[in-house]
Ligand binder design. Structure first.
Ligand code: UD1
Length: 427
């Protein structure tokens, strides 16, 4: 098993290009199921999760072709085409590898009139049920049955019909499934208390480019008027705000200065506000934003919340940074019930953190020390990398496959700004 080896204590300085957003890619890719035309996505990140999702789509009859990038494009260019749906079953073997696979349910049901998807089950950061996905589809007439670990959804007479659904709590994935189903339903669908994450806006913009009719984009009230069919198009995946935020924390924790090229600061104001409150200098410019240390780090009080609140996907990385701030920080995790798995590992590096239920108090310490650590999820792994960059001595982060799911060319990007970091194969 590979590991990431870091010699900490280097001040990072320079520029890091921000890749296409993983979470946007994972909701744009299944849009290929909605049309028989070709869908070309550009600025796709090279990530294990994107590959896993492509394989899942291949199994459903979607062809995927990686093409050379054209002038002015960045990232990877992929053309997907579902001339016809070959299978309407997303099997356990694929879904267990990646919970986000559940978002094939809505588009498959909308296009083929039926879909069978393995239930994702629990994961390291909590139970993560899919009840809201199912309720929203039922509001569009879907008949749903759960049996043998699978959810089977059928649209009576082969087509969903528009309906209204008010989400009792904000869910990114359920909003995505509902949107992709509603665009091909008959009549109007209204979604209330929908998620407003920038990745949802990216999805809406792609659906509109494919011929979908959506009003209220960017708000929590989405109005979708179903159309008879959608067309293919070419669309650029938005930049990854969580990757950008993670590298901003790398600047903060190492007392450095990193220019995040391609970041879109207006999509991440809760993050940039937190960075500024921690005493970092955050400068927006037309190619991205620059984040620089400007004196000692200050403690923060942060509660995670759906967008435009502070993202749960940044909690672990900011916590790592706050371990070396001057004073006591308070963090509250309101989205997932078990998202402090990085805490015991950070403690092994010298951090002082008290966790009580969903709250954590981080007592700033003078410095961290390197250790062998491992994490159970993607963002937790990144928090350990950040701690390793600041720690005195050597850190080895095990279970690198978590990082490969969501950080493109991590070692390369961090080495380029002065980190001593390398991937080691266990042979
Ligand atoms: C997405 C993101 C993930 C991010 C999360 C919250 C992707 C691929 N993943 O995950 O990185 O951390 O949003 O911003 O985009 N819930 C229910 N029932 C449901 C659905 C969700 O109770 O049917 C609960 C979840 O358990 C959780 C909360 O709602 O407590 C939010 O989850 P949700 O927004 O759905 O997260 P994901 O879409 O899974």
């Amino acid at each position: 098993m590979d590991s990431i080896h870091i010699v900490g204590g280097k001040r990072l300085e320079g520029a890091i290009p921000i890749s296409g957003a993983k979470n946007a890619a994972l909701t744009l890719l299944p849009c290929a199921l909605l049309t028989d035309g070709p869908l070309t996505l550009t600025n796709l990140p090279r990530l294990a999760d994107v590959d896993t999702f492509s394989h899942l789509l291949n199994g459903l009859g979607v062809s995927t072709k990686i093409e050379g990038v054209r002038k002015g494009e960045v990232g990877r260019r992929m053309t997907l085409q579902a001339a016809e749906i070959a299978s309407t079953v997303a099997p356990y073997d694929m879904v267990r590898k990646m919970r986000a696979s559940i978002v094939v349910l809505g588009p498959m049901l909308a296009r083929a009139g039926e879909a069978t998807v393995s239930l994702p089950g629990g994961c390291a950061i909590g139970d993560r049920p899919i009840d809201l996905h199912l309720r929203a589809l039922e509001a569009m007439g879907a008949e749903i049955e759960l049996a043998a670990g699978y959810v089977k959804a059928v649209a009576p007479k082969g087509r969903l019909s528009g309906g209204d659904y008010s989400f009792p709590m904000v869910s990114v994935g359920a909003t995505e499934n509902a949107l992709m189903a509603a665009v091909l339903a008959t009549g109007r669908t209204q979604l209330f208390n929908a998620a407003r994450e920038p990745e949802i806006v990216d999805l809406c913009n792609l659906l509109v480019a494919m011929g979908g009719r959506i009003e209220g984009i960017g708000s929590s009230h989405l109005i979708i008027d179903g159309v008879e069919g959608l067309n293919g198009c070419t669309y650029e995946v938005m930049p990854d705000r969580i990757e950008a935020g993670s590298y901003a924390c790398a600047a903060g924790i190492t007392g450095g200065s990193i220019d995040l090229i391609g970041a879109r600061p207006h999509d991440m104001l809760a993050i940039t506000n937190a960075l500024a409150a921690a005493g970092l200098m955050v400068e927006f410019h037309d190619r991205g934003m620059k984040v620089s240390a400007d004196g000692p780090l200050k403690p923060l009080a942060i509660s995670t919340a759906p967008y435009p609140g502070f993202p749960t996907d940044m909690q672990a990385q900011v916590m790592a940074m706050l371990c070396v701030a001057q004073g006591e920080s308070f963090l509250e995790e309101t989205i997932f019930e078990n998202r402090y798995m990085h805490v015991p590992e950070l403690r092994r590096m010298g951090a002082t953190i008290d966790v009580r239920g969903r709250s954590a108090i981080v007592h700033g310490v003078g410095g961290l020390t390197g250790a062998n650590v491992m994490a159970t999820d993607l963002r937790a792994s990144m928090s350990l990398v950040l701690a390793g960059l600041a720690a005195e001595g050597e850190t080895e982060v095990l279970r690198v496959y978590h990082l490969d799911r969501g950080y493109e060319r991590l070692e390369e990007k961090l080495s380029a700004v002065g980190a001593t970091i390398e991937r080691r194969s266990a042979g």
